[in-house]
Design a protein around this ligand. Structure first.
Ligand SMILES: NC(=O)c1ccc[n+]([C@@H]2O[C@H](COP(=O)([O-])OP(=O)(O)OC[C@H]3O[C@@H](n4cnc5c(N)ncnc54)[C@H](O)[C@@H]3O)[C@@H](O)[C@H]2O)c1
Length: 256
């Protein structure tokens, strides 16, 4: 069977590759041989991830990009294309969150979260997949969804709505891109302490999360690498598209 998970010769673009979860996934893809573009708004974090990958023998370069700006996404795609010639794997990991009570929610905040989590995702995929199609490159798109996408989480109303949208986009594009040989899947992570959810993880909420997580612990970012490598590899998951892979310690299998 050879190595089902070998990504040698593939180029991956990790949007939000500077995030806690995105960085771990990017390192996992690089460890399997993928050349990788680390994209962040914050270049300091992106450079640190890139440096670590290179120190471990991988090939990587950092790029600056803001997914809420069409202009920035287009510029980013051109810069990465000039560096690598194209890409086979696209990881979409940026995310924004907030815990504003429903009646206090303002349109600006709704737009701010949707601009990154959903609108940004749509226009990023549109831009990057278009170039894959033009180059007749087959490949894999991996979106980072959330447990709140299937059953909303209390407090994070806008975030949950945006992630439900991520699932819908994933399934829609699985059909749309299948004729081009581009697979589109999502990972549904459970709970992993990171920047965007730090403020939301109060003591009570952590207790509630643990009560609903059969494995009774947070996830470690490295525990997402296997799922991402599997979805990225045409040899391992060549007939898998439009699906959601849960990495959540059993959270999604629990009600009470
Ligand atoms: N941590 C968790 O428990 C958890 C669970 C489920 C899903 N997720 C998802 O994982 C992904 C990564 O988040 P994380 O938890 O590692 O948190 P994080 O705070 O480390 O990362 C969020 C990232 O989004 C980026 N970002 C925000 N606005 C952006 C913009 N306009 N353009 C480009 N990038 C932008 C930030 O720079 C940051 O790198 C997100 O999509 C998040 O919703 C996280």
């Amino acid at each position: 069977m050879g190595n089902l998970f070998d990504l040698t010769g593939k180029t991956a673009v990790a949007i939000g590759g500077n995030s806690v979860l995105g960085a771990s996934i990017a390192k996992g893809l690089a460890a399997q041989g993928a050349k990788i573009a680390i994209v962040g708004r914050n270049m300091e974090k992106a450079e640190a991830v890139t440096k670590e990958i290179i120190e471990n023998g991988g090939e990587a370069k950092s790029f600056q990009g803001d997914v809420s700006s069409r202009e920035s996404i287009e510029k980013l795609a051109s810069e990465i294309e000039a560096w690598s010639g194209g890409w086979d794997i696209l990881l979409n990991a940026p995310g924004k969150n907030s815990a504003t009570p429903f009646f206090e929610l303002e349109m600006e905040e709704w737009d701010d979260i949707m601009d990154v989590n959903l609108k940004g995702l749509v226009f990023t995929i549109q831009t990057f997949a278009k170039r894959m199609v033009e180059q007749e490159r087959k490949g894999s798109i991996i979106n980072i969804s959330s447990v709140s996408s299937t059953t909303p989480l209390s407090k994070v109303f806008t975030y949950s709505a945006s992630k439900a949208g991520v699932n819908s986009v994933t399934q829609f594009l699985a059909k749309e891109f299948a004729p081009y040989g581009i697979r589109v899947n999502a990972i549904i992570p459970g709970f992993f302490p990171a920047e965007q959810n730090r403020k939301i993880l109060s003591k009570d909420r952590i207790e509630s999360i643990m009560n609903h997580t059969p494995m009774n612990r947070f996830g470690e970012p490295e525990e997402l690498q296997g799922a991402a490598v599997y979805l990225a590899s045409d040899k391992a998951s060549g007939f898998v598209t439009g699906t959601f892979l849960r990495v959540d310690g059993g959270f999604g299998s629990m009600t009470i």
